[in-house]
Design a protein. Structure first.
Length: 196
């Protein structure tokens, strides 16, 4: 695997088993799907709302549908995928419960990756500047962000407990390596593997 591959993509690729059926919700330009097909011989599909990103996926030879995941996944039967991925998409979703329920209906397992809004830099920016934070993992101003919600690692663990989702595995990411100490404070991103 190339050294230019981002840490979250490397970890997700490590998680996905060889030959798995994978659906990526909010797949962007398809770089992760392409990597999974190449490195894991995964049978990949994506759903993306941006028409331009869909064209980029098609140029890579990927099967991607132009759709809004907030409208559900009614075209897919139960457990039609081994993994459904929501990497850096969850914070842009409007209908969290619908999307999460559908994700775990069509997939045996879900891989959820998101930016940790409770990271120490974000906390310090809020405290000292009194402004919405802008960090490497939260790079937008409040007025131009695609994010509709901001969550922390603790928030997502609580959500899984309330919904009865089983957390199978968690990885906490720093800038260049994994974080093992006080992740809700020091991790920039987190990747959860969950199951219903």
């Amino acid at each position: 695997m190339s050294e230019n591959v981002s840490l979250d993509y490397r970890i997700i690729t490590d998680i996905v088993e060889q030959g798995s059926r994978v659906l990526d919700l909010g797949c962007g330009n398809g770089d992760l799907l392409y990597l999974l097909a190449k490195e894991r011989s995964a049978l990949v599909q994506g759903i993306e709302i941006s028409e331009e990103a869909v064209y980029q996926c098609v140029e890579k030879g990927l099967s991607v549908f132009h759709s809004d995941i907030d409208s559900g996944l009614t075209d897919y039967p139960d457990k039609s995928f081994d993994y459904v991925i929501l990497n850096q998409s969850l914070q842009e979703v409007k209908k969290i419960d619908l999307v999460m329920d559908e994700t775990l209906r069509v997939g045996n397992k879900a891989i959820i990756g998101f930016s940790n809004f409770a990271h120490i830099r974000a906390r310090l920016m809020m405290f000292f500047r009194g402004k919405a934070p802008i960090t490497k993992s939260l790079p937008y101003h409040w007025f131009d962000t695609p994010n509709v919600r901001f969550l922390s690692i603790s928030d997502f663990k609580y959500y899984c407990a309330v919904k009865g989702f089983k957390i199978l595995h968690v990885r906490y990411l720093g800038k260049k390596r994994e974080v093992g100490f006080w992740p809700n404070l020091f991790a920039l991103n987190a990747i959860f593997v969950i199951q219903k």
